[in-house]
Design a protein around this ligand. Structure first.
Ligand SMILES: NC(=O)c1ccc[n+]([C@@H]2O[C@H](COP(=O)([O-])OP(=O)(O)OC[C@H]3O[C@@H](n4cnc5c(N)ncnc54)[C@H](O)[C@@H]3O)[C@@H](O)[C@H]2O)c1
Length: 250
């Protein structure tokens, strides 16, 4: 088999939609055997059928579900080579008006889920000759934003915990690299609520502040994830790859 990740075993959370879906397609196209993990069974199964992968129903917030999912992979594969912690939600709130229950929910889905994925993925990733973790953060985890308070704080956590797991693996001699990807505004279903509320303005207002003058596409983030997951990035660990059309370069 040929391809940039040929023969590797990959596990992608949130693989049923948007960036996760595009990542599943890119990894499968480049020769990986892909596990598509998502809370959405119907959409996830369709993606798995499209690429000849395996669907795993997983609520990334549940530790017991992570243990079951990794057991399933371990029963069928000698190792895990690529773990993409991508599942997420992005509701609006502010430091002035957030509800504590909602704040905790956002941290559970966006940040704790990645910690659980790293913790329970390490065992199988250690069996790989060249393992890679790619965690989806956001530019919201790097810069302040008045209307993404809980999301930004959770994504900042993802940025930092990626460096922690990268350092752990390096110090222990585990054959695993870990990096974070930071998308800007990408046209995926995660923007649907904004489109429903603000109409075209949800897009045009974003486009106006992006130097490249448009939203990103899911496949453009998937390309960055594919690179970091592949052996082409063999000396890259603990770093951040921004995919934002130049937004944070201003
Ligand atoms: N689209 C953007 O503009 C953008 C920008 C920065 C970062 N991101 C990040 O990229 C990642 C993917 O976002 P997207 O735009 O593709 O969104 P999306 O809504 O298209 O896809 C998110 C996927 O995550 C799944 N998911 C949600 N909660 C889950 C849970 N508890 N357990 C398992 N799966 C769950 C959903 O079912 C869905 O398939 C997210 O982490 C998001 O925060 C997106």
């Amino acid at each position: 088999m040929t391809g940039r990740v040929a023969g590797k075993v990959a596990f992608v959370t949130g693989g049923a939609s948007g960036i996760g879906h595009a990542t599943v397609r890119a990894l499968a196209r480049e020769g990986a055997n892909v596990y598509i993990a998502d809370i959405n069974e119907d959409a996830g199964q369709i993606v798995a059928d499209q690429v000849g992968g395996t669907f795993v129903q997983l609520d990334v917030t549940r530790e017991s579900a992570w243990i079951e999912a990794m057991n399933l992979v371990g029963e069928n594969q000698p190792c895990l080579d690529i773990l993409v912690n991508n599942a997420g939600i992005s509701p609006h709130d502010s430091m002035e008006k957030f509800e504590l229950d909602q704040w905790r929910h956002v941290h559970s889905v966006v940040s704790e889920s990645v910690a659980l994925g790293c913790k329970h993925g390490l065992g199988l990733l250690r069996q790989s000759e060249a393992g890679a973790i790619v965690n989806l953060s956001s530019i919201a985890g790097m810069i302040g934003s008045s209307n993404y308070a809980s999301y930004g704080a959770a994504k900042a956590g993802v940025r930092n915990m990626t460096k922690s797991v990268a350092m752990l693996c390096a110090e222990r001699g585990y054959p695993i690299r870990a990096n974070s990807v930071h998308p800007g505004s990408i046209d995926t279903p995660i923007l649907d609520a904004d489109k429903a509320k603000y109409g075209e303005r949800a897009i045009t207002a974003r486009e106006q502040v992006i130097p490249l003058g448009r939203l990103g596409q899911a496949h453009e983030v998937a390309s960055a994830i594919l690179f970091l997951a592949s052996d082409e990035a063999s000396f890259i660990t603990g770093t951040e790859l921004i995919v934002d059309g130049g937004f944070t370069a201003r």
